[in-house]
Design a protein. Sequence first.
Length: 361
Amino acid sequence: MSQTLNVDLGLRSYPIHIGSGLLADPESYRPHVRGDRIMIVTNETVAPLYLDPLEQALSDYRVSRVVLPDGEQYKTMEVWNRIFDALLQERFGRDCTLVALGGGVIGDMAGFAAACYQRGVPFIQVPTTLLAQVDSSVGGKTGINHPAGKNMIGAFHQPLAVIADTDTLETLPQKELSAGLAEVLKYGFIRDAAFLAWLESHMAELLSRDPNALSHAIKRSCEIKALIVAEDELEAGQRALLNLGHTFGHAIEAGAGYGAWLHGEAVAVGTCMAANLSQRLGWLEDKDVERLRRLISCAGLPTEPPADLSPDQMLELMAVDKKVLDGKMRFVLLKELGEAIVTDEVDRDTLYATLADRRSL
Ligand SMILES: O=C(O)C(=O)C[C@@H](O)[C@H](O)[C@H](O)COP(=O)(O)O
């Protein structure tokens, strides 16, 4: 059984197909592929699991592949360039489709390569992690990291389709499943108190990979993301809400060294820090922060930043955040659980106190 949602972006609209058995089904791709040549971009972990069935499903086309190393530490200009080497060596023209097979790193790098190759070619997202299925494959944010900051170089480039085969979650390490839950919880925190309550009462099923619970969580997450992206594709306004926990989280990822923390783990801690700051500003109550922390912890996620990352180091890393406007940092904070806002009205002392407060995280 599969379900389809739509991301409504006029001429750039596209479907998100969610369900079992989609990856190996030729019909998942046929309506979307452009040209007769396909370059699959994947990594060394995912290739042995899913490259063969994907190539079988695409056997009507001339298919090539580029297999990159796995991990956030490889989301670099050098590794990204290997996609262009492969495309150029095999003389790909513009009449081709790139297919991103993997998690968020592969989706972001393949999507950014598609945005740039010969000034833009189409691509399809085939996300194989929970995080990629609920978040990074949807919305067209593509890019790579820079030592100075996460996702600092990139482009908005929407895919032709997202094909999220829920069967791929069966092979996902538990740590990666939890990392995906950080982004699922985010949708509840920013937009949907009822979904948050549902997540609270179904966390055990989600962690034990109950297919119905996972399908519901993926669908609701994608619905919320699709609505926000449709209203604000280029993050001129409310799309920034999807960045809850990311200002702190990206600083943790860069500060600890890319790959030391999974993105979702860093976002989980960042969300606790955003809640702490929201409480200091008088918005969240103690019980809200406790509830948020408990949920994050029940999802198997950390709630505290690395002890060796000082408030000053965090501040320095946060200063390059893409939400900085007119030299002022902007934060996604919580008015209540289920309602987020973007604000630049955070004084330095309150921020510093949050960064220094390891106890209340
Ligand atoms: O789609 C968005 O918009 C998001 O902010 C979703 C985030 O969860 C995602 O991690 C995104 O890639 C972060 O983007 P960035 O602009 O903060 O680099």
